[in-house]
Design a binder for this molecule. Sequence first.
Ligand SMILES: Cc1ncc(COP(=O)(O)O)c(C=O)c1O
Length: 447
Amino acid sequence: MIDRDRLTALRADEERRFVETHPRSHDLSRRAGATLLAGVPMPWMTRWAGSFPLFVESASGARLTDVDGVEYVDLCLGDTGAMTGHALPAVADAVASRARQGITTMLPSDDAIWVSQELARRFGLPQWQFAMTATDANRFVLRFARHLTGRPRIAVMDWCYHGTVDETFATLEGDRVVPRPGLLGAPVDVAQTTAVVPFNDADALDRRLAQGDVACLLMEPALTNIGIVLPDEGYLAAVREITRRHDVLLVIDETHTLCAGPGGATAAWGLEPDLLVVGKPIAGGIPLAAYGMTAEVADRLRDEMLGHEIDVAGVGGTLTANGLSLAAARAALSTALREEDFAVAIPLAERFTAGVSGVIDRHGLPWNVQRLGCRAEYWFCPPPRNGADAAAAVDEDLEGFLHLWSLNRGVLLTPFHNMALFSPHHSEADVDVHTQVFADAVAALVG
Ligand SMILES: Cc1ncc(COP(=O)(O)O)c(C=O)c1O
């Protein structure tokens, strides 16, 4: 269906245009190469479309401006870290004021109480702890789950992503658990630490948990990191029943599915996790994550928390729950990611989905666009039911071309997905710019 020669030629044109229009980023990327490994401060930044990353001058609301003075409609929003919109004034003020009052003391501030109360209200879980990143929060939760159950393994969904958590880089090859392609330097064979089941397959979950060696199931309520894979009707209720029946703790990772509303999919769909993790945007872009738990789980952990050796239990961190992060979270959660914010952002995502699917239909392509709250994503196959189906449709060349085409016309998409995220700072006109850019790219490719 896609003419590969045409795709290669179009991409080369876009690459030339990218280099010509970003001389300062190009120059900075050459300088960066002298002291930054691969010219970037964090490996994933090599994944942006184009032969070097954009260097950022500023970002505000739904806009990002690069050092060449080019302004973009930002649909990446820091891959969810800035889902609130960039540079929220309340967060900027809270950060400035807390920075002058002492940033990190390894003691609590009253902001921690406010934020935990707010998270309890939003997600319906009574007890909370903080971590620096969602990766950290997931690690801590897995440790607690193994400790509480005395079971060695954790279970995840095939093609999941939960941060750089060793046990979660596992996929299925037939019935075998194997390392996910791309994983570097695994400390232990994931087959020894992890059970993997396909999303939307309750029977497979039941069969696997029946083996009795799994401490917890860590899952997103909808997969968001291999396109968006929505749960079948009744699937999440079955997951809850099965995990309860096998005494397996259910951990819901809402780090991305927070896009479903102020209390994530947990509140939107009435889920009942034992533990819940949320990170990325909750402090308006300042590093902070949180994990909540039921009263029952909290009761079982309380004695451990008061133990003399809690500082070497493998949970926590020196800078974790610092005053700056919690002041930022209080400011972010009191001015963003609220019902009224989603009431603006979700219709924009709906408009995006309608626009993209109109283009797909017009060209009769076997692609689809899915939406969850204010997140939407197109994918080069019919709607997948599980991660493996979605992974089979990854097309790096096509994706790279579409991303670069968009970037060259002022629209940023998340580099490893065809994901678009909407904040209340976006406008209908922003959505329509993307729809036009996408329509022109598809027409150039298959028209
Ligand atoms: C569902 C989910 N959980 C956890 C993480 C890890 O977040 P972080 O990289 O901020 O630690 C991610 C990152 O993409 C994620 O998508």
